[in-house]
Every structure is written in structure tokens, then in C-alpha cells.
Write a protein that binds this ligand. Sequence first.
Ligand code: ADP
Ligand code: MG
Length: 245
Amino acid sequence: MTEVVLKVEDLAASYRKNTALYDVNLEVEAGSLTGIVGPNGAGKSTLLKTVLNLHPALTGKVEYFGKSFKKAKKRIGYVPQRGSVDWDFPTDALDVVTMGLYGQIGWLKRPSKSHREKAAEALEKMGMTAYAKRQISELSGGQQQRVFLARALVQDADLYFMDEPLAGVDAATERAIMNILKELKSSGKTVMVVHHDLQTVEDYFDHVLLLDRKVISHGLTEEVFTKQNIGKTYGGNMRWMGDES
Ligand code: ADP
Ligand code: MG
């Protein structure tokens, strides 16, 4: 039997009085590459933040590798939605990647040579060596996303959450990121990716989680990603047109 790396029971979350998520039950298998798909405002980002203890849950229980979040934390990596990050503080690409290693370095210690080498290797893997000393705010959206991915890679986690890593990136970056995701999967890692492009879901992901404030369907892509389920997820609700303000 495959290991369950993430188990979510009866999870709910809100912002003040507005329910963003409810009734979420999930079991995610080791080695799966899952696309999390749903309309704007469906609670995709909230789901990631809530299971990662960055947003409080109203109800529910979350287990990683059969353990609490606190105990499993070092095995979990997170790439937040790009727009949600403040890029104004002065730091270069290599620093951002090195920050991914602080779990191993310890916040008060300085990174060693081998830490910096590890960070440089991850930048190289993402084709970003030439930009290592460039201020992060001076990189294009696609380049920033590559740096983010490099930072996640140095963490060497077993389970990754990524929030729309392909949003607004150029075709070359999209290919580079997808290659990394497939590589992570083939080395046995588990990856959950919020994804906005319905056209590429079947191509990119072996599992799909359809979300619209609750789980509409979750499982193997060929079983879950049907016209009927997609209709249930997007159909009959026009929230995505007006609810973002
Ligand atoms: P998605 O990532 O699927 O687009 P989100 O998880 O960002 O959806 O948002 C789910 C709902 O919660 C939306 O209605 C959104 O407006 C609301 N929401 C998200 N973040 C906040 C916040 N910080 N404060 C208040 N409401 C929020
Ligand atoms: Mg989002």
C-alpha cells in the first residue's frame, strides 16, 4: 500500500464571517503529482495556507506522514503565490535561495560555504546562474518564479505545495518548472500544485483535486477530470466575476 503523506479530515476555514473552505477531507498518496483546480475564490490558496498552519482552521485535523504538522515541518516545502510576496527588500537571487536552507542552518548562524554551494547548484538547475547576484525585484516574473523553485529545491522536502507556479511565466520557464516537478515526482516526492490552466491539466498531473470551497472530486486525473465534474466545479457560479473586490 502507498504511504499517505497528507491526511485532512473535516477541515474548514474562514475570513471573519465568510466561509472560504468547508468539509474538506483528503488523502494524498506519496509520489503523486496533483493539480489543484477551481475558479477564482474557490479557496485554493486558503487550502494551502490552512494545512500549512499559516491560516487558522475553524475545524478539522491535518496529519503529515502520520504526524502533526510541527513534527513533519522539515519535510514540507512551500512556494507561495508570487503576487503575495513583497519583493521590495534588498536581497539578491542567491540570498533568496539560501533562505530556503535556514531550516538546516538555524536562523542565527551564517550560511557556510557548502550551504552557498548548494544554493548556487539549485539556481544552476533552474538556469539562473547568470542572475545569482541580481536584486530579486529586478527580475522578470518568470525569473522570480525560477528563483522560488530553486529555494524550494534546496529545502529537499518530501512534500511540496506550490501556489500557481506557472501563472504569468513565459513558455521556457513553464517547461523548466514542469521538468523539475516531474523530476521531483520520479524521485518519489509528492507535489501539490495550484493550477489555473484547464488545457494542460491532463498533460501535467496524474491526480486532480477539483475545489470549489469544498472538494468536488479528487483522484486520478482520468477518473476525476471529466466534463461533468469540471461543470460542477465551475458551472452555475459566477463568483469569479464579482467576488474579488
Ligand atoms: P483562490 O486561491 O482559489 O483564488 P483564495 O483562497 O485566495 O481563493 O480565497 C478564497 C476566498 O477567501 C475568496 O472569497 C477571497 O476573497 C477570500 N479571501 C482570501 N484571502 C482573504 C483575506 N486575507 N481576507 C479576507 N478574505 C480573503
Ligand atoms: Mg489563489
